[in-house]
Write a new protein. Sequence first.
Length: 326
Amino acid sequence: MPNPWGKIVTHTDFDGVVSAAICSLSLGIENVVFTGPMGIGQNKISISHRDVVCDLPYPLECGLWFDHHPGNLDELRLRGYDPAHVPGRFELKDSCSRVVYDYFASQVEFPSYLGTTVHHADIIDAFRYQDVEDWRKETPAKMIDCALKMAEPGKKGAAFRRKLVFLLRDNPLNLVSLRPDIRARYEAYLGQEERMLAIIREASYFIPTDKDRKLVVIDLIRYKRRPSIVKNLAFVIYPSSQAVVEFRSLYDQGVKTNSFSLSISLSPNVDPVALQKDVGDIMRSLNIGDGHRGAAGGTVTCRSKDEMVKKKREILKGIWALWESF
């Protein structure tokens, strides 16, 4: 009997890959496609009632939808959908992987290692580390996450992610992390850390009203080519800062545009509950993105360079005002 399901459409990060691995195991789907939120919002991928969508906004239609971002739930309601009638599951969990795992747990006998993989997806996606030292510790999950960050653009990177879906479906994290291609990408990441730190030093600043240097701002829009950095390395340079804000240019078929993405992460050196800050709520309040208490991101469309400069300035002002209001 042919499989009634079509493909899995999922996010490009560790959580998206693990979510796809669980869906593949549960539903027998072999075809996996990767995209970001804009790919859904701009209908760049054909999605039908036979497809499963993970860790992304709800499309026009799909067979199953799994997500954990509050902003995507708000958008669903604004579009007139009743979440209770959408097939799949939405829950406010640390990762989409957790939502998918819990959904299928009563239907599928999962191998024991998969629970460990989902536990690490929770930590990575919600950025729940004890401190910077804990974040930088070499673990199988960290190695795989860093390998994903070093994935090549285009078809080659998609092929690597697709292979990783099935590796994580069929093997525990520690065995996957021992593979030469994972190790090579992880070592490439480590080799670039010093370069990343140099770029962060060059591109970072604090807004004038931030006298205590609470929010590190990394502005990568100045660069013609897309720099490869991990923004949370800013906490190695500024260990007393509480959060990092990063701006990146968006590219269309390799050409830099005036539109940009931005993301915010709380430092692992702070307790988000004690700090009483929620960066996901900041993004939603400004209507520019979504995320969790400790990590969030979004995109801003601009038609000109002047508009980009103006919006970036306004957004920083809004972020700071909301940060101080908590």
